[in-house]
Every structure is written in C-alpha cells, then in structure tokens.
Design a binder for this molecule. Structure first.
Ligand code: ADP
Ligand code: F6P
Length: 318
C-alpha cells in the first residue's frame, strides 16, 4: 500500500493524538502517503479527507483529545453507508485505513474489512474494555485523573468524617472503578460485572466505622447506578453521604508517558500491517509486547474484569 487513511472514532481518549502522530510519521518514513479523516465515520462517509504531512502532527503528542475530531455516527452501522465510505476512499486512492477507537469503532473497522477494504483497529478508549489487549490508549491517563480526584476528596472526607460516593465512567466495564478504587484506597468499589448487594456493602461500612474508621470512599462505575441513586439508597438506610460525579474530566488532559508510548507503538504497528497489505486485524499489547489478532476475535468473547484484582481490593479495604 502507498496511500492510507487514519481516523479517530467514538469517545475520545488521551493519547489518540500520539497514535495519529505515530501512524503519520511511520507511514511517511516508509514513503507512504497519509490522509487524515475528520469526524470519525461521519467524515469517512462524507469524504472529509486531508493529506497529513510530518509537520501536521507536530506538537500534538502531549495533547489530550484528538486533532482529527471524533464522532458517534449511527448511520455508519448501515451497509449502504459503509459502501459509500469505501467508494469515497477508493476515489481518493486510499487503500487501507487505521481506526483508532473503542469496540463500537472496531465493529465499523470489521465491517469495512469484511467488505474487502483493509482496516486495522487501534484501541483508543479510556474504558480498557477491548478484548485481546491488556491495555487501551487513554486508560492510564484517565486512571491518574480519577486518583488525583479521589486523593483530594479524601482530604475533605477526613476533615469532616464523611462517606463519599465517587461516580466514574464505565457503562459496561468496571476497569476504571476497580483500578482507581484499588489505587485510591477506596473502601468499596462497585462495578457492572459484579452484582452489588447494598446490605452487604452497608454492613462493611458499618464494621469499618465500629473499628474506628471515620471516613469512607465508595467508587461506583456509572453502569451500576448513578452516584445520586446510590446516595438515595444509602440515605434510606440512614447513611449520609456526599457525591462527586467525575464525568468527562476523565476523558481529557495530557496523556501520561505510558499512554504516549503505548499509542506510539500501536500506531506504528498498524502501519506495518497495512504496509504488508494486511487488513482485518486489531493491534494490542500483551505482556509488554505489541501483538495483532483478528478483529472478529474482539467480539467472540465478553470483556472480563480481573477477578483476582477485585478480590484483592476487598481484602485490602476491610
Ligand atoms: P467506541 O468506539 O468508543 O466504543 P461507539 O460505540 O459510539 O464508541 O462507536 C463509535 C462509532 O463506531 C459509532 O458511532 C458508529 O459510527 C460505529 N459503529 C458502532 N457500532 C457499529 C456497528 N455495529 N457497525 C458499524 N459501525 C459501528
Ligand atoms: O467509551 C468512553 C466513554 O467515556 C464511557 O466511559 C462513557 O460511558 C461514554 O464514553 C460517555 O459517552 P459520551 O461522551 O457520548 O457521553
């Protein structure tokens, strides 16, 4: 391949820019041309392409968000829209596409590949919920943002002997809640993958109080229930709490070194595959090594929470 495209799609994540930079620089290094596709699949359908040169991706490695912008485009799930996108790319001479996004974006990449247009998935999402890779780009930065917030909330929780509920992102995946809860020393962590028994949770909080704990932190993933809903349930049982919803603050900010390195390695690997005319693959990292595997494997199994880590979080927060 001599001409490829790159887009970012779905919820943005810190490090997407570093991945775009890696794709562009690696491709140019190997004498390929790169087109940036703006606004994710929306721009792919509408032909929003712009050639990217070395300088176009300068000064972005440290920036959150995505210079290519992102979109959620329901229309792209349609067969006709995907064919239109392929036509647009072929008209421009683009022979392969790097899709940086979450599992929804991967479904789009798989559909393109199944229709004969080579696409490669690079995992860009703060959720860390893509099967086949140990980490996704943006997860580490989001975690650090959450931990910074937990630490600050803990200061005021300690001063006022209060119980705080901190709601974090994760509709279907509890990785942010679990990792941040463990790293932030939360007393209770609620994740979508594990059924929550409110009474057991209250008993734990009360046992802690009897032992002299004067404040508590509860981290709840948005997919379990909202912070406010949990606050209401606890109030019904006589427990007064304060709630902080971290929201989209988790999606922004300068990527951590780890996310930048991950993005650089994965973006470059995606180009290596396209250089060999290989499509339909997902790029990941396993045991510190960059790997690639069939895109369809992402959808063959469920995302699993690290059960040992969940157990450990309970053991350490008795
Ligand atoms: P993420 O990629 O972060 O999981 P979404 O689930 O919103 O975010 O997916 C991003 C985009 O990927 C969607 O807006 C849509 O354009 C595309 N997409 C999602 N599901 C499919 C699908 N089944 N087929 C084709 N494209 C899809
Ligand atoms: O997939 C990333 C994510 O941030 C999820 O954690 C969250 O549930 C969702 O996107 C929020 O989406 P939006 O920005 O469209 O409200």
């Amino acid at each position: 391949m001599k001409k490829i495209g790159v887009l970012t799609s779905g919820g943005d994540s810190p490090g997407m820019n570093a991945a775009v930079r890696a794709v562009v620089r690696k491709a140019i290094y190997h004498d390929m041309e790169v087109y940036g596709v703006y606004q994710g699949y929306q721009g792919l359908m509408e032909g929003e392409f712009k050639p990217l040169k070395l300088g176009d991706v300068g000064d972005i490695i440290q920036r959150g968000g995505t210079m290519l912008h992102s979109a959620r485009c329901v229309e792209f799930k349609e067969h006709e829209s995907q064919l239109q996108a392929i036509e647009r790319m072929r008209a421009q001479g683009i022979e392969g596409l790097v899709v940086i996004g979450g599992d929804g974006s991967y479904r789009g990449a798989l559909s393109l590949s199944e229709k004969g247009f080579p696409a490669i998935g690079v995992p860009g999402t703060i959720d860390n919920d893509i099967r086949g890779t140990d980490y996704t780009i943006g997860f580490d930065t989001a975690l650090n943002t959450v931990i910074e917030s937990i630490d600050k909330i803990r200061d005021t929780a300690t001063s006022h002997d209060r119980t705080f509920i901190i709601e974090v992102m994760g509709r279907d995946a509890g990785d942010i809640a679990l990792w941040a809860g463990l790293a932030g020393g939360a007393e209770t962590i609620l994740v979508p993958e594990v059924t929550t028994n409110i009474d057991t949770m209250i008993e734990r909080l009360q046992r802690g109080k009897e032992r002299g704990k004067r404040h508590s932190i509860i981290v709840v993933a948005e997919g379990v229930m909202s912070g406010q809903e949990l606050q209401k349930l606890l109030l019904e049982k006589g427990i007064d709490t304060r709630v902080s919803v971290l929201g989209h603050i988790q999606r922004g900010g300068s990527p951590t070194a780890r996310d930048r390195v991950l993005a650089s390695m994965m973006g470059a690997h995606a180009v290596e595959l396209l250089m060999k005319d290989i499509g339909g693959r997902a790029v990941g990292i396993r045991n510190q090594a960059v790997v690639d595997y069939e895109l369809r494997e992402v959808f063959e199994t469920e995302h699993h929470l690290d059960e040992d880590m969940f157990k450990l979080s309970k053991e350490l927060s008795i």
